[in-house]
Ligand binder design. Sequence first.
Ligand SMILES: [Zn+2]
Length: 298
Amino acid sequence: MNYSRITDSVDISLLQHTHIVVVGAGGSKQLILNLARTGIGALTVLDIDKVDATNIVRQGYDQADIGKYKVEALRDKIKRINPNTAYTGITKDFLSMTVKELDAVFKDADMFLFLTDAFKAQSYGNILALKYLKPALWAGWYAKSRTAEVFFQIPQFTPACFRCAVSSRYHIQEKETISVSSECNTIFHSALLDSYIGFLILGILHKGASDQTKESAAFFKGLLNDNGHLDWNFFQLKVHPDGGNPLFDKLFDSMGKSAHNFTSCWQRIEPELIPKYDYDCPDCKGVLLKLINSNSNE
Ligand SMILES: [Zn+2]
């Protein structure tokens, strides 16, 4: 592989020593291939589905992939793109894995991506990200695919967990099953969101990376560095004038409804802890916030 054209952006050696676990190989198919293209050393992908005809239109699989497990179709493509990327595809549902099986997949990885449209899987991802204390990212589209969200947590840098970020969804889930639909979602939706996710993954991986070669990889070393702790960890992306999102309306209303399309809004999500909220996050119990505080006291 010849990475000479991207060394101003990324630290290739760092990426070659990085192992990313991805849960969900649907809309994220191209993202996964592009991670291999960018030099990620090891990728483990979990998905229980086989490729069907609808996945060619929306997820970028080929006709020749129909009937294969998605993780198997990816194996062939990754080998053709970057034979140096160590690839593992898993068709077992991670919700039913034993502790030993989970350890084998997640314990030594450097980052987790939860890119499914199943709330159960997304929320279990939070338990694992907190258990193994690894950087993790969640992303998905809202109903009608007009707005998307991305949340990430980086131990020692960001204060809240995924559950803190979307606690209202957890409350709804207690009463009814949330089914996040990918209706209206085209390949262009996936490609756009995948690119944003790609930027963030590289920013997260380079955060805290060694500074010995300051000039190299300047783009991604600088992406999430703000001379202190991150002041944002959640973003929403709007791709339709009728995004139906109060945050965008509030921020951009004076510009007129259609003047703020294809924009993103960033927020800082705080941990949901008593007494600030009437709800103490049962997943993180403020552990990420404690890590930041102990880090800054050193
Ligand atoms: Zn939490």
